[in-house]
Ligand binder design. Sequence first.
Ligand code: SF4
Length: 386
Amino acid sequence: MTFKGLLDRSDVPRLRQQLEGVTPARVEAALARSEPDFGDFLALTSPAAEKYLEPMAQRVHDLTLQRFGRVILLYTPLYVSNECTNACAYCGFNLHRQIERMTLTLDEVIAEAAYLKQIGFGHLLLVCGEAPNVVPPAFLIQILEALRTDFPSLSLEIYPLSGPVYAQMTEAGADGLTLYQETYQRDAYDLVHPSGRKRNFDWRLGALERAGQAGFRRLGIGALLGLYDWRYEAIALALHADYLMRHFWKSQVTVSFPRLRHTPEAFQPAAPVNDAALVQMMLALRIYLPDAGLVLSTREPAYLRDHLIGLGVTQMSAGSRTEPGGYLHPAEDRGQFLVEDHRTPGEVAQAIRQAGYEPVWKDWDQLLHESTAHENYRQRDAEGRS
Ligand code: SF4
C-alpha cells in the first residue's frame, strides 16, 4: 500500500477528534509502556498530556541518549536559487513577491561550498525553489558531482521529482532528501498553494517513497507548523515516518519541525503553534519513534534550541543563510525566511558542548545505519509491532 492509501485509510480527522477524549490515566498508561504503540502516541499528543511534559521530557532524554548518544549533527543549507514558479502564501520566494531573483552559477555554488567546508561543515543541504527551467535536474547533478568529493554528505531540499530522476541524483552523490508536505490536510494545503505545480498534493505526498526506492539513505519529512492544527499534523507525521521506516529500513528517517514565525505581511498562519505545543509534539514523536532523527532549524530562537538539546533533537542547522550566495554576499531581502538563531556555527557548537553534547560536523548516519538502532526497528517490525 502506498502512503497515500494508508493516510486515506487512517482517517486522521477521526483520530484527531478522539484526542479530546483522552484521560490522564490513559496518558500515564502510555508513559508506563516500554514500547509505546500508535495508540500511546495518540495519548501523548492529546490535550490531557499537556500536564505531563516533565515526565515525557525525562523519558525522551533517556531514550535519546540510549539511541543516539551525546551527539548533535550540524548541517547548513546552501541555497542555489530563489527562483520559483509557485505561489505558496507563506514563502518569501513566492513568484508574486518583488524580490531580487538570483540563481548561482556552478562556480558560485562551489565558492559558497568551499567557504562552508573551511568553517568545518561536512554535511550540506542544497536548496532551491521550484523552477525547473532555471534549475533543472541536470544542473543539480552537476553540482552534486562537483561537491561530492569534498562533502561526505549531500542532501537535497528541492521540488519533487520522478523516481528515475531521483535515482540519477543518488548516483551523482546525493544521499539525503528532505521534502516537507507543508500540511497533510488537503483543504488547508489547497488554500495556501493557489497556483503552480505544487498544487498537486499527491505528487508531493509520494515523493519520499520514490526517493526511498531510488536509494536515498536519509529521508526527511516535516509539516510547516502553523498552517493547520498541530495535533492533526503530528498524527500524519507519525504515520508517514513510521511508514517510511518500515518500507525503507535501510534509510534514516528524520522529522523536522519548521514553525511559521515571520511570514509575508499579507499572510497570517491559521493555527499558530506555541512553544509548549512544539515541545509536546517533539516529545511524543520521539517516544513513539525512538530511532527517528529529529531536526530543529535556525527558524527557532537560540534559547529554545538550547533548551531542546537533550530532549530528542539529533540534528541542528547552524549559521544558516536562506538566500542564494548568502554566505559570501549576504542579502537578507533575497532570503526565503528570517532566521531566529543568528549565532555563528562555532557559537552553536559551543552551546551544544556546554549542554554536555558533542557537535558533529560530518555525516554520522552511516554509523547509525550500521548500529543496532535500525536493526532494532527492523526486528520489532518483523515481530509485528503495532
Ligand atoms: S515554499 Fe518552495 S515551492 Fe513554495 S514558493 Fe517557496 S520556494 Fe517556491
